[in-house]
Structure formats: structure tokens, C-alpha cells
Design a protein around this ligand. Sequence first.
Ligand SMILES: Cc1ncc(COP(=O)(O)O)c(C=O)c1O
Length: 385
Amino acid sequence: MSHGPIYLDSQASTPVDPRVLERMLPYFTEQCGNPSTAEHQHGEAARRAVEESRQSIAAALGCPSEKEIIFTSGATEANNLTLLGAFADRPVSERHFITSAVEHSSVLEPLAYLKRGGAQVTLLPVDGGGRIDPEQLRAALQPETTLVSVMFANNEIGTLQPIKEIGRICRAAGILFHCDAAQAVGHEALNIEELQIDLLSFSAHKFYGPKGIGGLYVREGIAADSLQPTQFGGGQERGLRPGTLNVPAIIGMATALQLAQEEMQQTNQLLRQMAKELFNGLQQAFPKLRLNGDPEHKLARNLNITIPGVEASALMMMLKDELSFSAGSACSSVEHKPSHVLKAIGLSDEECFQTIRLGLSPGINAGKIARLLQRGIAAAPTFID
Ligand SMILES: Cc1ncc(COP(=O)(O)O)c(C=O)c1O
């Protein structure tokens, strides 16, 4: 990406790593078999490649068995399958879900749909850094609680949730724990078994894999009737997600995850350094800048910054030819509603609209970005002092 603006939106999506693309290419052309048609060599080769990918993803995530990985089109689908499929044979009015106020819309929207049908939904508040209190979760559990869904890392402010404690509480209470880890897989060391997670969603395009592929980890020990399919057809993926598998994308996802795991420590060290340099550079010029999120429990690549007096959308427009970044939230900026995540950590509507999200990636020049942003902020129309 040598021409055009510098890409600073790695939490929205990432480019496919060339090493990933190279592994994928043959599966678009000569290796065209359908993995469900294993009676001939083409089908058998595709099936083998898919199963090797499944094994490698399972190993990277600390799953005891590769059978626990279900391929989906991404984290949105994995989240929907979990929430709509959990104990789907029970009447909706007898289902109770616990989640946090800062979840992604692909968790909050299916829950809103279930709530309209009569389900009970408990939304846990978060502290000023965006973390839930595990004790509040414990207190919210009821005998009829169907499932707890709490994200690993937030897509706007990068905050990491206390997943280990949540896993322990849910397992002790015998209640299913789902974790939307779309922002964490490939970026944070995580071991599903150790964390006592029952269901976990992930998405390849967040870790330098292709778009349109992801997965759901479904713990083998959970009863078959705990998770019901929401789509029906050819019976693929243990019947939970029927449809012909996207072979090149699955191979790309497995390759991308393997590379991300190998390079994670070094990459995160680099990104943390970069984030520090960039934020310090900006804060020296504009001491009123505020960093959102939990400074201690945070994704390395996230910088979510409130710039008092500067409207984020105006700044984005001004710098559009130089930098591609997002306002507080890519999704809510479309609707031009204040971000529910920023509201949950206590920002006013006005502050929400004065907030930008920078998603860092290796290879960018933090000093240059700080200079471009400084110039933009200095020239942006100001609304308050
Ligand atoms: C936390 C979180 N959950 C879910 C999703 C949806 O993922 P996908 O793009 O794979 O549907 C995203 C991506 O924006 C995300 O950040």
C-alpha cells in the first residue's frame, strides 16, 4: 500500500498477508474439489486440506479436539448461531441471557430480537475503562440463565475483559459461556480450555486472513441439545452450519492464524511502542487529549482518543487523502448515533462525536502519523475550548 492514504483501521479489517494468499491460490483453481465429495482425488485433497486447517486452528486456540471447530462466514454468523441456537428448543420466554453493555452489534442485535420474542436479557454495566465486574455477573446468574456472552476484547476501545474469572464463575454454575473473540484471536495469547470457555467466535479478516471466513468453537462436552442449528441443508459442520465449505478461505485462515501466533509477541511489543510514541506525540501538542479504555488491560493495536473541541467526522474528512481511520465506531458512525461503547464508559454524546479510533499495524510510521494528525487537529474547526 505505497500510494494513497495510510491505513490506520486494523480493527475494522486487515490486508491478507501475501504468505496467506500464496497458500490459498491453488484452491481457487486446480484444487477445486468439494470437501464433502471425497470419493475422488480432488474432493479428497480438499477434505484433507480443510481437516488439516481445522487441526491447526484447534491447536492454536488450545482446543482439546479439532472436532470442536465449526467453520462459519465470520464472527457475526458465529455470534448469531450461538445466541439464536442456544437451547432453541426451550420457549423464548424461558431463556435468560447475560451480556455486557459494550458488546458488538452482532451480539446485541440477536439478543434484542430474542428480547422482542419474550426472552430476558441482562446487560451488565462496565467501569470507566470498559470492563465488567465479575461479581456483578455472579449476582446476575439465575437458575434459568441460558448463556453468558462476554467479548474478549472490545472493537472500539480495545479493552480486554476478565475472561478467566468469567469462565470460572460460569463453569462453577454450570452455565454456558460464549466469548466473542473476533478482536483477540491472532492478537492475544488465549487457551480456550484453560479459560473454561464453552463457545468462542473468531474471524480471519481481523488477523491478516481473508474476509468472509471465521468460526465457532463448540466445546465437545456440551450436550448436543444445548446448541441447535439455525440453518438446514447438507449437514456439514456437525449439522450446525450446513453449506459447501469455503476451502481457500479456510486454508487462508489457518495459515494466517499460525503466522499470527508465531509473531504475536514481537508484533505486540512493536505495536505497544508505536502506540506510546503516537499518543505521546499527539498529547504534547494537545494536552487535553484523552485516551479511552483500560490502560492496563488493552489490545496493543488500539488507540481510542477523545479530542475535546474537534469533531471526529470533520477531522476524518480533512485527512481523508492521508489517513484512513475511523470515528469512535465504524458501525455507529454510519447511523451517526453516539457509540454505545463510549456512552457505556461515561462519555457524553458530544465527547462521543469528538472521538477517533486508530488501529495500528506493523510497518506504519508512528512519527509521520502523529505529525499528520497534529496538522489536522490544529486546522480542524473547534466547537468548544
Ligand atoms: C468484536 C467483534 N465481533 C464481531 C465482529 C463481526 O465479525 P465479522 O466481520 O467476521 O462478521 C467484529 C467485526 O467488526 C468485531 O469486532
